[in-house]
Design a protein around this ligand. Structure first.
Ligand code: F6P
Length: 340
C-alpha cells in the first residue's frame, strides 16, 4: 500500500481497515511503502499488521508518509516500480491517492499491466466516479466551525470577513461550508466572480441594517475577465499552479470599492490536519475493506467508490484527466438562495 499526494484525514483509517480485513479474513501479509513513489523506488517499506495499526482510526495524516511526484518523472521510474514489486514478492499494490496518484496507478495498470487497485482520497472532493471522497467532510466541518466563530467578531466590528478555503479548481468545500456556516456570499472557481456585483450586494445588505458579512472564497476562484486585476500565476516544480492568497486580493478590493473594513482568514492546512469526522472514519473504513476485497477479486485497474448507500468498484480510467466540479443544482438551486 502507499499514500500519495496531499495528506487527508482518513488515510490511516483506510490502511487500518485493509490490514484488519486482509490479515484476519485472508491471511494476507501487508507492507506499506514510505513516502509514496519515493519509497517504492528506494524499496523503503514497513510491515503493516493488525497490531501495528492500533490507535490509528482517529489519527489524521498518514503513517506511511506522502509525497507528490511520479515514477513517470524519470526514464527508469516504472522499471523501479516493477523491480520493487518483484523483489518484495508483492501480489498487488493498493494506491490511496487523489487525481494525480490515481492517474499514475491507472497508467501503471493499463500500459504496464501492474496489479493495482485505487482508493480515492482528497479533501477537495474533486474525483470523478465517486459521490464523495473521504477527508472532504472533515474539511467542511473545520471550515464551518471557523465560519461560526467569525460571525461574532465580524458583527462586533461591522467588518467584511473574507475566508479562503482549499479545494483547488473546485468549490466543493466553499459551497458546503458556505451553506453550513450561513455565509453572505461564496465565490467558487466554477463561476467567475464579478467583484462589483459582490460589492453591490454587500452594500445593499449593509444599507438594510445588517452588520458584517462573511464572504467564503475557494482558493481557485477567479474573477470574470476584466473585472479585477490578479497577480501573475506561479507554478510548482510539478507544473501545478500554486494556489492560496486570492482572498487577500479580494478583501483589499472590497475595502477599496465599498469603504468597509475587511479582514482575511486563510484557513490553509488546518483544513487537512487532525482527526477525521465520524463520517470520514466510516467511509475510509468501508473503502479499506473494499480495496482488500478488490485485491482478492483481482479487480485490477479499479478503484473503490461510493454511490448512494453502496460501495462499488469503478474503472480508474473514469477518474483520469477529469475534475469533478460543484453540482450546479446544489449551488444554483440551493446555496445561492441563502447567500446575501
Ligand atoms: O489537494 C489537496 C490540497 O489541500 C488542495 O486543497 C490544496 O490546494 C493543496 O492540496 C495544497 O497542497 P500543499 O500541501 O502541497 O501545499
Amino acid at each position: 500500500m502507499l499514500t500519495g499526494g496531499g495528506d487527508c484525514p482518513g488515510l490511516n483509517a483506510v490502511i487500518r481497515a485493509a490490514v484488519r480485513k486482509g490479515e484476519r479474513a485472508f491471511g494476507d501479509e501487508l507492507v506499506g511503502f514510505l513516502d509514496a513513489w519515493d519509497g517504492v523506488r528506494d524499496r523503503r517499506t514497513i510491515p503493516l499488521t493488525v497490531e501495528s495499526m492500533r490507535g490509528l482510526l482517529p489519527r489524521g495524516g498518514t503513517v506511511l508518509g506522502t509525497r507528490r511526484g511520479s515514477p513517470f518523472d524519470t526514464p527508469d521510474g516504472v522499471d523501479h516500480v516493477k523491480q520493487s514489486m518483484d523483489d518484495l514478492g508483492l501480489d498487488a499494490l493498493i494506491v490511496i491517492g487523489g487525481n494525480g496518484s490515481l492517474s499514475i496507478a491507472c497508467q501503471l495498470h493499463t500500459e504496464h499491466g501492474l496489479p493495482i487497485v485505487g482508493v480515492p482520497k482528497t479533501i477537495d472532493n474533486d474525483i470523478e466516479g465517486t459521490d464523495v471522497t473521504f477527508g472532504f467532510n472533515t474539511a467542511v466541518q473545520i471550515a464551518t466551525d471557523a465560519i461560526d466563530r467569525l460571525h461574532t467578531t465580524a458583527e462586533s466590528h461591522d467588518r467584511v470577513m473574507v475566508v479562503e478555503v482549499m479545494g483547488r479548481h473546485t468549490g466543493w468545500i466553499a459551497t458546503q461550508a458556505g451553506i453550513a456556516g450561513g455565509a453572505t456570499a461564496v465565490l467558487i472557481p466554477e463561476i467567475p466572480f464579478d467583484l462589483d456585483q459582490l460589492c453591490t450586494r454587500l452594500t445593499r445588505r449593509h444599507d438594510r441594517g445588517r452588520y458584517a458579512s462573511i464572504v467564503v472564497v475557494a482558493e481557485g476562484a477567479e474573477p470574470a475577465e476584466g473585472t479585477l486585476e490578479m497577480e501573475e500565476k506561479v507554478y510548482d516544480r510539478f507544473g501545478h499552479v500554486v494556489l492560496g492568497g486570492v482572498a487577500t486580493r479580494i478583501a483589499h478590493a472590497i475595502g477599496e470599492r465599498t469603504g468597509f473594513e475587511t479582514r482575511v482568514v486563510q484557513l490553509g492546512h488546518v483544513q487537512r490536519g487532525g482527526t477525521p469526522t465520524a463520517f470520514d472514519r466510516v467511509l475510509s473504513t468501508r473503502f479499506g475493506v473494499a480495496a482488500i476485497n478488490a485485491v482478492h477479486e483481482q479487480a485490477w485497474g479499479k478503484m473503490t467508490v461510493v454511490r448512494g448507500p453502496n460501495i462499488e468498484l469503478e474503472d480508474l480510467t473514469v477518474a483520469v484527466g477529469k475534475t469533478r466540479t460543484v453540482d450546479r443544482e446544489l449551488f444554483d438551486g440551493v446555496a445561492s438562495h441563502f447567500f446575501a
